[in-house]
Design a protein around this ligand. Structure first.
Ligand code: TMP
Length: 243
């Protein structure tokens, strides 16, 4: 099935297929943090993230959000529409955590209502800097209409995912999205949605360490990383059978 290796990233490998409009995404167990200064493996992460992403992409599609997902063809691989990636990381925050707290002094856990939508430049050499609307204009990283569309889609995705994770007794604290353009220049959601790209807090406990069900367990050496990812998968799958 897989053709040539097109690109190997930190967590995934992209292969060509015999259809130029379709690519194959392979999910690895490799994990990195702090712009790859910290490296490791999370056993079975590739399988778990592939399964969680598959379900969430399907759920978003069912709600009318266009995504690159076409078909999941193996435990670690999905066929996706080939997109021209927009080099932005769109971060949506419902609760203050991570770099927002570090950079602004806002206390961990402060509710952000309305949610914050932020744009970072996807460039490891520059350390993925936070952009401003003026910087995006000067850099011509996307048109103003495209940026407005990214914000609109990110807000809609946030509504759908926040509600779904709440039904799993999980708070969707924040998450990162990547988008691309298809041949008709439509904006489609790409990449993955998983505990690698979301902060997820277990609503069953307020303990600041115990509640963490995402990659922060790896970033901060909190232990029980595999177990946390597995628990997210179990809750997502249990809820997926509800309707
Ligand atoms: P941050 O608080 O470190 O800026 O992260 C915000 C969200 O984005 C969090 O859910 C983790 C996710 N994220 C990624 O998916 N990839 C990254 O490279 C970074 C820095 C964050």
């Amino acid at each position: 099935m897989a053709g040539k290796k097109l690109y190997e990233g930190k967590a995934k490998i992209i292969y060509t297929t015999d259809d130029p409009a379709v690519l194959l995404t392979y999910f690895k167990d490799d994990a990195t943090a702090f712009n790859a200064q910290k490296r490791g493996q999370i056993v079975d992460k590739g399988k778990i993230n592939c399964a969680i992403s598959t379900y969430l992409f399907q759920r978003l599609e069912a709600a009318g959000v266009p995504t690159h997902w076409l078909e999941t063809t193996g435990e670690r691989e999905m066929r996706v529409k080939a997109l021209t990636i927009i080099p932005l990381e769109v971060v949506v925050r419902n609760v203050a955590a991570g770099s927002l707290c570090r950079q602004t002094g806002l206390p961990l856990g402060q509710i952000l209502n309305p949610p914050l939508v932020e744009f970072y430049y996807k460039d490891d050499n520059l350390g993925d800097p936070l952009l401003t609307p003026d910087r995006m204009r000067v850099m011509q990283v996307a048109t103003e209409e495209q940026i407005a569309e990214l914000r609109r889609q990110a807000e809609r995705i946030n509504q759908i995912l926040t509600e779904f994770f709440a039904s799993c007794a999980i708070t969707l604290v924040d998450f990162k999205l990547e988008f691309g353009l298809d041949r008709q220049q439509n904006v489609l959601l790409g990449d993955e949605i998983s505990p690698d790209t979301c902060r997820l807090w277990d609503q069953a406990t307020e303990d600041e360490t115990q509640r963490v069900m995402d990659k922060d367990r790896f970033r901060q050496d909190l232990g029980q990383v595999e177990q946390a990812y597995q628990r997210v998968l179990e809750r997502v799958m249990a809820q997926s059978h509800q309707r």
